[in-house]
Design a protein around this ligand. Structure first.
Ligand SMILES: *Cc1c(COP(=O)(O)O)cnc(C)c1O
Length: 460
């Protein structure tokens, strides 16, 4: 291509407010990570330079959203912000009913309790930590029915979030449709590396569910990113906009739940939305017990105001293009150093392949946990483990050994610049160069639930 014809993507916004971040020395960081039990979740955020721990609730809100916060109607019942949000849930997700919750897992709690009976099976495309836990706490056994390609970090399948309809059909035959209250679908699939499902696959899954009389529910937390990949990669969608694709995706589902801390560009919030009157009535009954009245669900009016405006902004193509462009840029730079990570580059994060990078450290010594700690010590960049610690224990009490042993670099929306990405890549490259000298960890404290959040380690 002619150099003069090149046009890079750039953010469709400029910076109006800035927040200072602390620069630390290597010694300070060594002390901080030791005090944190080598768990990046236990670091104090003020000891972190570039925070890629998560994109959950770490979004920078727009001036429109901040002004929406000032318009918060903090009435106990019937807040104006609730009705603004309801209008947008109907318009953008196409769901007539919705119940706000304080975050995504609260909506997962409600829907799991409403739909699941003890002894049921819930198939899903890989799992998400809180989603699976709530399904299990309600008495179900979770069954992974994602395509095999999703478990291979090098496989370049464009839709690694797809459900294997054969696996789903086999499960239905084995346990019976009446033991499957719903199929739980998410996209892009976080644990597979931010990998989307295709509209074609969704239609096939829906057809199978209809044939067997099973309902289909959607974890729509990152649905706009999934819609972006459909637009980029799937035939027939190039000329559709994100809002149209999102609406079509949602049309195949009986209902959905959301953590607003992702797509919706806010810092807190979630909801459950459905076209099923009966489920809606039950959710209204339950939400008053666990969250608050059905018109605020544990949120302030101003939070719902920011969510309503966030929905309008999340479907902006240039916004998602810039977000995913930043992640692609990071991947391209890592590639220059030959650092292994999950391909194709996902929707919200880069997943470093810790099994490959620290191949001399066995999974029982937590290679991904170790790598995340080393990157922090090198530069103050905070990432997180997605491997044997996150996977938890199996029914016999042993560690589950997931095939993927990853370190996730997750990019907050509208927060960091390309120069921050450069520093991150340079730091990972220097850890990579020194990888042979890195030793593993042993776990010295393990909490009962979602252990990755609070587990503590010591250096071997
Ligand atoms: C974040 C997330 C959740 C849980 O939501 P919280 O708001 O953190 O409770 C559920 N599913 C997916 C796909 C998520 O990314």
């Amino acid at each position: 291509m002619n150099k003069l014809q090149k046009r890079s993507w750039a953010e469709p916004f400029k910076i109006k407010v800035v927040e200072s971040i602390k620069m630390t020395t290597r010694e300070e960081r060594e002390r901080a990570i030791k005090d944190a039990g080598y768990n990046t979740f236990l670091l104090k955020s003020e000891d972190v330079y570039i925070d890629l721990l998560t994109d959950s609730g770490t979004n920078a809100m727009s001036d429109r959203q901040w002004s929406g916060m000032m318009m918060g109607d903090e009435s106990y019942a019937g807040s104006k912000n609730f009705y603004d949000l309801e209008k947008n849930v109907r318009e953008y997700y196409g769901m007539p009913h919705f119940v706000p919750t304080h975050q995504g897992r609260a909506a997962e709690h409600l829907i799991s309790r409403i739909l699941i009976k003890p002894g049921d099976f819930v198939p899903g495309n890989m799992y998400f930590t809180t989603t699976r836990l709530h399904q299990e706490l309600a008495g179900a056994t979770f069954v992974d029915v994602i395509i095999d390609e999703a478990h291979d970090p090098e496989n370049e399948h464009p839709f690694k979030g797809n459900i294997d309809t054969q696996k789903l059909e086999d499960l239905i035959k084995k346990v019976g449709a009446d033991k499957i209250p719903y199929v739980s679908m998410a996209g892009p699939v976080n644990m597979a590396g931010g990998q989307p499902f295709s509209m074609e696959n969704l239609r096939e899954v829906k057809a199978l569910c209809d044939k067997c009389g099973i309902s289909l529910w959607f974890d729509a937390t990152r649905a706009c990113e999934n819609a972006f990949f459909i637009k980029e990669r799937e035939k027939g969608y190039q000329d559709k906009n994100i809002a149209e694709i999102l609406k079509e995706i949602c049309s195949y589902f009986e209902g959905l739940w959301i953590s607003a801390k992702k797509d919706l560009l806010v810092n807190i919030g979630g909801f459950l939305a459905t076209r099923n009157d009966e489920v809606y009535e039950k959710a209204c009954n339950m939400v008053v017990v666990y969250e608050g009245l059905h018109t605020y669900g544990g949120l302030a009016g101003r939070d719902m105001g920011a969510m309503a405006r966030g929905i309008e902004e999340m479907v902006n193509y240039d916004g998602i293009r810039a977000r995913i462009g930043q992640i692609e840029y990071c991947g391209q730079e890592l590639e220059k150093y030959g650092i292994p990570f999950v391909k194709p580059i996902g929707g919200h994060a880069i997943f470093l392949d810790a099994k490959k990078i620290l191949e001399h450290i066995p999974q029982e010594q937590f290679p991904a946990q170790t790598l995340a700690a080393e990157i922090y010590v090198d530069s103050g960049v905070r990432s997180m483990e997605r491997g044997v610690v996150s996977a938890g224990r199996d029914a016999e009490g042993g560690n589950k050994h997931p095939e993927l042993e990853l370190v996730r670099l997750t990019f907050p929306r509208r927060v960091y610049t390309q120069a921050h990405i450069d520093v991150t890549v340079e730091s990972i490259a220097s850890v990579f160069e020194n990888r042979k000298n890195i030793k593993g960890l042993k776990m010295v404290y393990e909490p009962e639930y979602l252990r990755f959040f609070q587990a503590r380690f010591e250096k071997l």
